[in-house]
Ligand binder design. Structure first.
Ligand code: S3P
Ligand code: PEP
Length: 470
């Protein structure tokens, strides 16, 4: 099995980093741009498996897309064509599949939406039922799951929708709302999880000319826009957790109090654990505490960072209890069970609760962690290796879903590691274990760590590292 050996961090962090573009904002902006007549230009976009899935999906809806990965830009010529339907492969992407189903159902053509075996196991029932109620014909092989075919057009109107499984159903419906003949009014039949993502949906829609009123959208039209995408706040959670686990400080640039992403609030949780947090409109700095305190925290709004917190909690001086996240059992894997199982395998006393988990402090023993085809398992468990010797991550390539450069092969598709990295050929290195800004900075284009003047730099052409080490 392909694996990554995570070497313990040799010294505390002192680094500034800009994570890649937000997956959630990229996929919303791509869809809104595809529904807007005219040409939109997106900057700061994420290029990863989930956003490639959305690029394919909007092309299937009839948008013309031009990408420049080096610059992080995407040009989209949109406007909902009434073309001939087709098939969308959403791969592993919840956002792509849940956002494209309502958009595809705006058209009279039949569109099939499918994805990986993992995505086929995730829930779609509430969304498919809502589309039926709103006037679409929906065909499923297994009720409530992908693959599903939708044929429109949606007439729109009032619809009832449960909120407790995923907010993505609601976001997908809202984005298609203005193009429904009668507009859309959603009534939630159970409490909504991941609330900040729905606020993000409204904000991106507004940037493309459509206003929502609560969960109601009047009939209208999108307008093309030039739109700048923030760095990814869920990706930032790993980078901000690193100095709490190992000491030192990390500044994340491009994310701060003005962010559209709820996951920036992960820094608030680190603060409650004793970290010193400094925020500006577009940066967050976390400085690790001498002693980490356990916390009791409801993470229903920021559940993508729950596994990151579990990794930090292992090194606290008292137990940590996370609640409100029962619904993450339906994500890439059953994340509650998976994180508890892996921590138990490392000898850590962790237990599952119905709606979360409890982690008691411990010293992880050497272990090869399984990652369950879940990028967030890989990135979170890699953090343990910063402090605990002998940590290995299996199938590290799964990070490609949202953060392809978080773990990478030296000399592989990305570029060679800097001189002095003690990783043998064929192994993986991770961004969190090699950013020692004083001695081993990386170029901003590899992991996002800012380069210090005078430090070594990698040639973009050859990937070879040259220059003096500071
Ligand atoms: O709308 C979005 O962009 C997302 C919403 C969340 O999902 P749920 O609403 O299913 O919790 C989150 O976990 C996912 O990574 C992205
Ligand atoms: C749950 C996630 O993704 P999605 O639901 O978009 O597949 C995630 O990125 O953690």
């Amino acid at each position: 099995m392909d694996h990554l050996a995570v070497p313990p961090a040799p010294r505390p962090f002192d680094a500034t980093v800009r994570p890649p573009g937000s997956k959630s904002i990229t996929n919303r902006a791509l869809l809104c741009a595809a529904l807007a007549p005219g040409t939109s230009t997106l900057t700061g976009a994420l290029f990863a498996d989930d956003t490639r899935a959305m690029l394919g999906a909007v092309a299937a809806l009839g948008a013309e897309v031009e990408t420049d990965e080096g610059r992080g830009t995407v040009r989209v010529r949109g406007g909902l064509g009434q073309g001939g339907g087709g098939t969308v492969d959403a791969r592993q992407s919840g956002t792509t599949s849940r956002f494209v189903l309502p958009a595809a159902a705006l058209r009279a053509a039949r569109t099939v939406v499918d994805g990986s075996a993992q995505l086929r196991a995730r829930p779609f029932g509430p969304l498919l039922d809502a589309l039926r109620e709103l006037g679409a014909t929906v065909e499923e092989e297994t009720p409530g799951f992908l693959p599903a075919a939708v044929t429109g057009p949606l007439t729109g109107g009032r619809v009832r929708l449960p909120g407790h499984l995923s907010s993505q159903f609601l976001s997908g419906l809202l984005m298609a709302g203005p193009l429904m003949r009668d507009g859309l009014a959603v009534e939630l039949t159970s409490p909504l999880v991941s609330v900040p993502y729905v606020e993000m949906t409204a904000a991106v829609m507004r940037a493309f000319g459509v206003e929502t009123q609560g969960l109601t959208v009047a009939p209208g039209a999108y307008t093309a826009a030039d739109y700048a995408i923030e760095p990814d706040a869920s990706a930032a959670s790993y980078l901000l957790a690193a100095p709490v686990i190992r000491g030192g400080r990390v500044t994340v640039e491009g994310l701060g109090t003005a962010s559209l992403q709820g996951d920036v609030r992960f820094a608030d949780v680190l603060e409650r654990m004793g970290a010193t947090v400094t925020r500006t409109a577009d940066s967050i700095t976390v400085e690790g505490p001498a002693t980490i305190r356990g916390v009791d925290v409801d993470m229903a709004d920021i559940s993508d960072t729950a596994q990151t917190l579990a990794a930090v909690a292992v090194f606290a001086d008292s137990p940590t209890r996370v609640t409100g996240i029962g619904f993450i059992r339906g994500k890439e894997t059953d994340r509650v069970r998976a994180i508890v199982t892996e921590l138990n395998r490392a000898g850590v006393d962790a237990t599952e609760d119905d709606d979360g988990f409890t982690i008691r402090p411990g010293a992880p023993r050497p272990v090869s962690f399984a990652t369950y085809e879940d990028h967030r398992m890989a990135m979170s468990l890699a953090l343990l290796g910063l402090r605990a010797p002998g940590v290995r991550i299996e199938d590290p390539g799964c990070v490609a879903k949202t953060y392809p450069r978080f773990l990478r092969r030296p000399g592989g598709a990305e570029r060679a590691s800097p001189p002095g990295d003690d990783h043998g050929p064929g192994q993986w290195v991770t961004c969190v274990t090699t950013p020692w800004a004083r001695s081993r900075p990386r170029s901003p284009s590899s992991c996002g760590w800012a380069r210090r003047p005078g430090g070594p730099r990698a040639s973009p052409r050859t990937g070879r590292w040259t220059g003096r080490r500071t």
